[in-house]
Design a protein around this ligand. Structure first.
Ligand code: IRO
Length: 310
């Protein structure tokens, strides 16, 4: 029987599948459902120092091809997720979880990370540099100088495993420039990609979400080719010590297989998890294993990054 076990920085996960930040991760109750599924880990909703209510509703809509959201970073506060994760560490000593966080300014990012550094938390931090939906706040990782400054400061005091959640890039030179910066730092992983920011979905004569006159982050089928391109572009450019987490457009075992073929070590599920619920992890694992059996692969390492070119 093939295994879907994977490793990030010497930490082993029994399954390479988990939720994407923002889906099934707002509260302990939602996270518990992911814990009790076939997923190999979970990531929390991106946390800020203070709890936030987020943008007005409707702010998340499913479409036949995916989803659009402008949640606006609703979360129950860094304190809430951090305390819960520390509790879980005592219960599930052999498991490792991810804490997603960001700040509305650089000072808040550093305040948050210093709290995590000083806490008992021993899992991974996913620093979200790509939220597209807070009015007036740009997606940080589109500004390379600011990103470099943040990472330089972060790694001067933060000594636990940390990776970054990236927005999609659309230009080869941007892949080169971004990778050159990321390679200067001891990142555990980069996660490609967040939603494609500021799309517009229209029904009849109207937008479908209330915030920002309908502009919101796209997920699902719309974004799989962009996600795969980002996963593979960074897989080819980054130091081998930096793992890639693949996120975007995953709804079948074949989609998981393609993310791994592009170089992903872990694969996250957002829109399809929101639509289908945490039972999706069992189906995706079964479908991925069936593909591996058919092709004769026993482990993910045997095909990770081994995309063929013409
Ligand atoms: O609106 C959100 O809360 C949100 C975030 I922080 C993000 O990183 N990505 C996204 O699509 N929505």
């Amino acid at each position: 029987m093939p295994t879907t076990q994977t490793t990030i920085q010497h930490v082993s996960f029994e399954n390479c599948l988990m939720n994407a930040a923002g889906v099934y991760c707002y509260s302990k109750e939602e996270l518990e459902q992911v814990i009790n599924s076939s997923a190999g880990s979970f990531v929390t909703k991106t946390a800020t120092l203070e709890a936030r209510l987020g943008n007005p509703e409707p702010r998340y809509i499913n479409t036949s091809l995916g989803s659009i959201n402008s949640m606006g970073l609703p979360n129950l506060s860094l304190h809430y997720y951090l305390e819960y994760l520390i509790e879980l560490q005592e219960i599930y000593k052999e498991r490792t979880y991810f804490l997603s966080l960001t700040g509305l300014n650089q000072e808040d990012i550093h305040k948050s990370l210093k709290q995590v550094q000083e806490s008992e938390f021993n899992g991974f931090v996913e620093l979200n540099l790509s939220c597209p939906n807070v009015p007036g706040k740009p997606q940080i990782a589109y500004d390379f100088e600011t990103t470099d400054n943040i990472l330089k400061q972060v790694f001067s005091y933060y000594k636990k495993p940390l990776g970054i959640k990236l927005p999609p890039y659309f230009d080869i030179v941007h892949f080169d420039q971004a990778a050159e910066i990321f390679n200067r730092y001891p990142l555990a992983f980069v996660n490609c990609i967040n939603s494609i920011g500021n799309g517009l979905i229209i029904e009849d004569e109207s937008v479908v979400i209330k915030p920002k006159e309908g502009f919101g982050g796209l997920g699902g089928d719309y974004i799989k080719p962009t996600a795969l391109a980002n996963v593979h572009a960074f897989y080819k450019r980054l130091n081998k010590s930096i793992a890639i987490i693949g996120t975007g457009g995953v709804k079948t075992g074949r989609d998981v297989f393609e993310h791994i073929l592009c170089g992903a070590s872990m694969v996250q599920v957002g829109t399809a998890l929101q639509k289908e619920g945490p039972e999706i992890f069992e189906r995706l694992t079964r479908e991925l294993k069936a593909i591996m059996e058919e092709k004769g692969y026993k482990t993910l390492e045997e095909f990770r990054g081994k995309l063929n070119y013409l």
